[in-house]
Structures are given as structure tokens and as C-alpha cells.
Write a protein that binds this ligand. Sequence first.
Ligand SMILES: C[S@@+](CC[C@H](N)C(=O)[O-])C[C@H]1O[C@@H](n2cnc3c(N)ncnc32)[C@H](O)[C@@H]1O
Length: 306
Amino acid sequence: MDEKESALCELGEALKADGYRFTTPTPETHRRVNARAGNERARNLRDVFGWSRPFPPDLVPAPMIALLEQAGQLDRGPAGLRSRVRFSTLDERLHVHSAYPTVEADAVFFGPDTYRFASFVGDHARDADCVVDIGCGSGAGGLSYAARAKRVILADISAKALSFARVNTVLAGVAHADVVQSDVLAGIPDPIDVVIANPPYLVDPQARIYRDGGGALGIGLAVRIVRESLARLQPGGRLILYTGTPIIAGRDPFWEAILPAITAAGAAGTYREIDPDVFGEELESPAYADADRLAVVGLVAESRSR
Ligand SMILES: C[S@@+](CC[C@H](N)C(=O)[O-])C[C@H]1O[C@@H](n2cnc3c(N)ncnc32)[C@H](O)[C@@H]1O
């Protein structure tokens, strides 16, 4: 952990001590709420560290401003100071992630999908020696599994996500998590009992790493995760995947793409739509010209026991 990460840890601890809590909504809800008259500037710590609003220096305790500065996460603009990070609550844990709006190519995601993902994982978790969270982002999913695993590996391709995941591991008081840079499972040689993942699943013209799922339909990375996980899981191991797919003329191209891999691996499991209609505004983009809707789906696949 470097000095910047230590400063973020201290800031998170100070917010916890202050009783700070925040639930992150969708970007569209965030935009609407911030656009209301009177919400141009922050009035309390939730406005600063949750709603990402500009703030006057005397609103926030000086040590917190100093920590933001040490962490390299303080912006100074004409409207006032602004935090470049948000802090969000999931269960009783606090997670640092990127401020709204998440426009940078390497922004670190946390949102309603994170809450649904953690809930889906919780429904299907079982005690395990080694759990890997592929595309961990802030680490929220893997950290939610920590109580049931001897070891958790938080893996992501993004250096910034890994930096925030290290901070969140400390804030969660989890000592048995490793934070590892990896393209899917390529950087993880260890035997794996459980893989969990909430990968990007949209077609993003800006190719942001937290959002762009790859391929013409945004499902490329999720398909890779299914194939590579089934090839790597220990006998009887489990993949718990939360992702999204367009539904085109009533057909589910993600399910059609992964079925051969599931059949070939002899894996057993369940697949269902968790939410039939998310990110409706994306349907206006040319990439989804033929889509009826975007659905969030959950796959639980168990590799064959020897
Ligand atoms: C939608 S975010 C989800 C983050 C976190 N799992 C959550 O639920 O909040 C997707 C994450 O996948 C990561 N990612 C994208 N491509 C990846 C790859 N090839 N291998 C590993 N991680 C990847 C991104 O950096 C990002 O952190």
C-alpha cells in the first residue's frame, strides 16, 4: 500500500467514525438529483463524498481535506473544491470508488449492479478455500464473500481498480484477501474453488474499461469468463456470474454463446433473468438497434466432480 492509498484508508476510517453512509444510485438518478435547484453545492459530508458535489473549504474538516489532497483526489475548480472519489456503503462496509460522473477511461465502478451482484453471490455462496472475484473493481463482491472463504483473490485488469480494492480490503478489515492484476484468470495460477464476476456488459463507444463488455453485443468478456472459469475450476467448483445481455427478437445471445461451453464441460447449474429491463436509455444507441431490451442475468455453473 502506497502513501496515497494509506491516505484514502485514513479518510475512509474518519468517515466511518463520523457515521457516514451512502448508497450509490444509477448515473441517471445521480444526474437528476444533482440537477435539482439547491443541489449545486454540497451542504454535508454525504453531498461531498456520495453525491460528488463541489464544496466550500469550511464545510469539511481540515484533516479530511488534507487526506484527499495527500491521496491526489482533490480537485479545485471555479465552483469550489471537489472530491475525485466517492465512498459507498454495502452491508456495513465502506468502499472507495470514482466520483460522479464516471467519464475517465479507467474510472472505478460501483453502483446498483454492485448491490445486485453481491446479493446474487450471497444467495449462492458456500464455504470455499479460494474464491476469485474477476473484474473486482472496488472489490465489493469478493469482500462480501470473505467470511465464507479461507482466501479471496480480488482480480482486475485495471491498476486503479486494484489500488481502490487494496484500500477497501483494509477498510473492511479483511486480512485474507490478495489483490492481483489479471486479464480474466491469466494472472492467477492458484487452484480455484469459486469464481464470482460482475464484468462490464455494455457496448460502450468510449471503450471505458469498467463498461465496455467487448464484441458487437457487449457480451464478449462474460463469454470468456464462462469458458476460462469452467476450464480452471477445481472439480465440483462453482462459477457465480452476474452479467447483462441484450435480448434480440426474444432470443438471448449470451446464453446461446455459453451453452456449448457448459455442455462440453458437463457443468450443472442454473441460469435466469434477474432483471428483464435495465439501462433502457442504451436502446437508443445504434449498437442496440435490434434489441428488444437489456436484461441482467445470473449464471451458477458447477464443474463436474471427478
Ligand atoms: C462493471 S465493473 C464491476 C466491478 C465490480 N465487480 C462490481 O461489481 O462493482 C467491471 C470490472 O471489470 C474489469 N475488467 C474489464 N476487463 C477485464 C479483464 N479483461 N480482466 C479482468 N477485469 C476486467 C474492469 O476494470 C472493472 O473493474
